[in-house]
Each structure stands twice: as structure tokens, then as C-alpha cells.
Design a protein around this ligand. Sequence first.
Ligand SMILES: Cc1cc2nc3c(=O)[nH]c(=O)nc-3n(C[C@H](O)[C@H](O)[C@H](O)COP(=O)(O)OP(=O)(O)OC[C@H]3O[C@@H](n4cnc5c(N)ncnc54)[C@H](O)[C@@H]3O)c2cc1C
Length: 440
Amino acid sequence: MTRTHTGFLSSERPRRVETGMSDRYDITIIGGGIVGLSCAKTLADAGARVAVVDRGRYTESASTGNAGMIVPSHIVPLSAPGVIAKGMKWLMNPESPLYIKPSTDPAFVKWLWAFQKHCTQAHVDHGVPVLRDSILASLSLLDTWCALPGFEGAGLAHTGLLMLHHGEKARQENLELADVAEAAGLDIERLDRDATLEKEPALKTDISGSVYFRQDARVDPEGLLRAMEAHVNELGVSIVEGAVSKLQKKGSSVVGVQVGDRILESDQLVIAAGSWTPQLTKGLGTKLLLQPAKGYSVTIPSAEHGGVDTRMHMPCLVTDEKISITPMPGGIRFSGTLGLQGYDLSVDERRAAPIRRHAARYCGAEHVAPLATWAGLRPASPDGLPYAGRLPSMDNVWVASGHGMLGVTMGPITGRLIADQIGGNEPTIDPSPFRVDRFD
Ligand SMILES: Cc1cc2nc3c(=O)[nH]c(=O)nc-3n(C[C@H](O)[C@H](O)[C@H](O)COP(=O)(O)OP(=O)(O)OC[C@H]3O[C@@H](n4cnc5c(N)ncnc54)[C@H](O)[C@@H]3O)c2cc1C
């Protein structure tokens, strides 16, 4: 694709300019999770002088302890027909995969209203090609990035993914998904029990079959984040540790970002603050529909680390219980649950215990103490598609967020879309489904 010349392209190596307590950049990015760092890479690659501000990417970000699955298999948006009915049934069960804390907060009520409005077949028909094209484009970018020196720790492995089932209902659900995926041109296989165990002999449970998604892959999410951070540093990106306390506005632009007693000045601002994005866009004239959707992961050590003897190599998702199983360096990670319950990162035993029980069931890990039990907040939009566009009320503020359960998968293409739009280039894929004002 031809690249047009952009305002921020510079022939020199990107460098920040320090002027007293104020630093000047072309672009400031708030948020150093996978999405913020993906934006930083694509913008720095295009020649921009970039600063990333973050207050806790290894403590509060969703980008470290997640399941690390890169999932072309997830082309059906979360808001789909039947989800509301299933959610209502699960609400009665304290150990269910879905939890909604009742709330009268207007932002939450508005989000829920928009969510249920999108649980239609028409939305699925719209979302499937959008997600397929953007996820495959993202995977292709990730492939290119992970081939660079320094990305070995990201652990990208093109293993495919098994969508497992044991009960009849889950089998039906998987077969329906297989039909949708096949019609969308994905490479899949419907497997019976023996063929499933042949693909992944380490599985220790009663599985009646699976659907194999050949194009899916896996990474070590924390390894990827660390590799991205080191890489953007080499590209000249400044990583500023601290919380953004204030955005300085001038007319319809943000001209400065306050971090402690420092002011970062820049021509453009990208807000990639995950679940916290609405807190930053609040005073900027557009109400962003985004809610934190809490999830857990439990990592069980492998035999060399005093844990279970398992040689699992590919990620699996169990449709019956909605849990995922991903091989990680030094262990196996089990993830699941989706809680709409506000900004709460504490570990609730009632939610984590079922995941540990599944770990015991699927890997024979009854007596093994987990390496870590982790909770993270997925930034969820009401229609299951991310935001990657300009905030309509502002001239120079961009939002890269709302990826829900697809942030690792779609981080790279989001970065590219943001860089394309800021640079005024022909977009790599159509950015219109990711517009920030699509719910207005
Ligand atoms: C249990 C679980 C499993 C998952 N599994 C997968 C998976 O297998 N595949 C997949 O693709 N996705 C998965 N996800 C989703 C994925 O983790 C998220 O979509 C993704 O991490 C979001 O990235 P982000 O960069 O948008 O946000 P985050 O990673 O949350 O980063 C946001 C950053 O913004 C910073 N920040 C916020 N406010 C401020 C402020 N005021 N000042 C400074 N910094 C600020 C925070 O410190 C944080 O580091 C999973 C999520 C969970 C919870």
C-alpha cells in the first residue's frame, strides 16, 4: 500500500523535546497495555515522536494475566441472539460464568440497553465479516512483529485451537459456530472424541468432541507486553510512569496531559486506557459506552515447577463451562467468568474456585497450589466491536479501546488503524465499524 506523507513523519530518529516541566511530543498515548503499545509501535514506525503514559501496566492492566489466545474463531460478537436468556439463567447461579451486579448508574444502564439492542441476528451478520477481516489482519501484523529480534519471549505459536464440548447443548453450540465459521471462510474441522484426543492427547476428561480452528494461535501475554515495551523503547518511544490526573483543553483540542507535576504536550492524544477510558473521555463532550467486564485466570505450574505433568500444546475452550485452557511458560492457565460489576480488581473466591475445580478436572491438578490467581477488567463495548477512531467532539483526541475479550487478538490492527487515521493514510481495513459515535 502506498503511504502518503504525514504531518508527524520526521526524517530524524524520534526524539522528545524537553522544555522545563513540559515535554513535547507529536503524540501522547494514555495506556501502556497491549492496545496502547500497539498504537505506539505503529505510530513510531511511521516516524512520530511518541510518549506512552501508564500508571500500572503490570499491576492493573488486563494485558498480562489473560488467556493469550489469538482467536479468528471468535468472529461472532458477544452480543448475539440468546445471550440475554442464557445470562438470565446464569444469574441464579453464584458460580456461573456470568455475573451482573445490579446498578442504577446511568452509564451502566445505557450500556446494558445498547447491549441488548445488539443481541440480534442482523448484528451477528454485520459483525462476523468485520471481526473476521480485522482479526486476520491483526494476526498477520502480529506475525510480522513476532518475527523481529527481541520478540522471542512473546511465545507466538500457531497451534490452532480446540473448541471442546462434552454435553449435547454445547455440542450443538459448537456445531452452529462451525457452520458460521466455515461460511465465513475459516479453516475448521469437526472432530469426534478420538480425533480430539489425537490432536491434544494431554486432555484428561470426558470430551465428546470438538471443533478445531486451524488459524488460531497463542502467545504468552506478559511476554508479548514486555517484548513490545522493549521494542518501542528502541524505536525512541518515551514511557512515562504515572497516572494522568488532568487533560488540558484549548478549544476543541487537548494540548497537554498532566502526570504528577509534568505536562506532556502533543499535537494528538490517543486514549488507550482499557476499562478506564471513559474516565478520561468524560470531560471531552462524548459519552463513551464502555464497561469493565471482570475475568479471572488461574495458572497451575507444570511438573518441572512442582506442578502437574502435562504436555498440552494448544489452547482449548470448553463451551460447556466457558473456560479456556492455555499452555504458558512454566504452566497451564485456566481463564473464565465475565462479571459486570464495576472497577473491582479483588479476587472473589466464589468466582475463582470454579476455575480451580476445572483445572483439577481437565489437568488432574487437584493437589497443586496455583502459581497465580489473577483478575482483570476487559474493556467491553455494547456491540462486541472495539473503538478505533477520533472522538467526534474533539479535533485531536483518538480512542483505541473497547476490545472486550479480543484485546490481545486485535491490538495490532487497532494500532495500525489509529496510525492510518492520524496520518491521513488510506486505512488498511475499513475503520467505520469501529467509530466512536456509532451508538449516537
Ligand atoms: C480473564 C481474561 C482472559 C482474556 N483472554 C484473552 C485472550 O485469550 N485473547 C484476547 O485477545 N484477549 C483476552 N482478554 C482480553 C484482553 O486482556 C483485553 O482486551 C486487553 O488486555 C485490553 O488491553 P488494553 O490495552 O485496552 O487495556 P489494559 O491492558 O487494561 O491497559 C490499560 C492501561 O491503561 C492504564 N491507565 C488507565 N488509566 C490511566 C490513567 N489515568 N493514567 C495512566 N494510565 C492509565 C492502566 O494502567 C493500564 O495499564 C482476556 C481478558 C481477561 C480478563
